[in-house]
Design a protein around this ligand. Structure first.
Ligand SMILES: C[S@@+](CC[C@H](N)C(=O)[O-])C[C@H]1O[C@@H](n2cnc3c(N)ncnc32)[C@H](O)[C@@H]1O
Length: 246
């Protein structure tokens, strides 16, 4: 199967596809000042759970962009089932290719997908184009907790930073951290375990599937990476960036 279909398998039991709680997503919405007139764009929206929560709780309107066809379809179905199609549009495609109306949104968010633009500073620069001059950015991002002693290839696809570096890069782009909401170790563990659960269920149901070895290899690697390295060295948090006059 394609690499991204492994995520479809892994995420069978979860709707919120990041290591934080529903309460923290709502807390972020509160701090962002979301309301019925808020226009929001969410890059890498997954199955649309944060968007649906914000639409139900605060009445926001917005658009979510999601690369994986199954996740986008699930998000669309969710909006239909919840009666939110007038508020939330789901677009299937690559976030970096999406042609949005410039400086038209109150909020741009990207939780766990800054790799859409190949990194955190690029993500800020891209989302800055989407928001109004006084708009805010919400980024969910991993960070180094301490000096990492990890294999070189662990960070081949993604570059991680310390939190003070994340703040510095936000400042360089004219923002400061208005707020941050860290995920607990418990939330990290639960998110990882939920992915293992999805993969394990699939392996039990498909012992003779031609992709069995690929899925088993992915499960083993995910488990090893989390328990040996990520748990000790990597944290995850939601950062709310607000512009400050120079
Ligand atoms: C960690 S998940 C987070 C999903 C959602 N933001 C949430 O918090 O529930 C990252 C999402 O980004 C999507 N994604 C990956 N590459 C993308 C791209 N180039 N453009 C848009 N979405 C992408 C993935 O398919 C995945 O659903």
């Amino acid at each position: 199967m394609e690499w991204y279909e492994l995520y479809d398998v892994a995420e069978r039991y979860i709707e919120l596809l990041n290591p934080c709680s529903r309460e923290k997503v709502i807390e972020a919405g509160d701090v962002l000042g979301l309301g019925p007139h808020t226009r929001l764009i969410d890059f890498g929206c997954g199955t649309g759970e944060p968007l649906a929560m914000w639409a139900e709780q605060f009445g926001v309107i917005g658009v979510g962009i999601e690369f994986r066809p199954r996740a986008a379809a699930k998000a669309r179905l969710k909006m239909i089932e919840k009666g939110l199609t007038k508020q939330i549009e789901i677009v299937e495609g690559k976030g970096a290719d999406y042609q949005f109306e410039k400086h038209a949104f109150d909020i741009a968010s990207c939780m766990g997908a800054s790799f859409i633009w190949h990194g955190y500073p690029q993500a800020i620069r891209a989302m800055k184009e989407a928001i109004k001059p006084n708009g805010k950015i919400l980024i969910g991002e991993p960070y180094w907790i301490k000096e990492p002693h990890v294999p070189d290839d662990l960070c081949r696809d993604e570059k991680f930073y310390y939190e003070h570096e994340l703040l510095d890069m936000a400042r360089t782009e004219g923002f400061t951290f208005e707020y941050m909401i860290r995920s607990s170790e418990e939330e990290w563990a639960r998110y990882n375990a939920a992915n293992w659960r999805g993969l394990t269920a699939w392996l039990k149901e498909n012992p003779r599937h031609p992709d069995y070895d690929q899925v088993r290899g992915w499960l083993d690697k995910e488990q090893d990476t989390y328990l040996r390295w990520l748990r000790e060295y990597i944290g995850w948090a939601l950062y709310i960036l607000t512009p400050l006059p120079r």
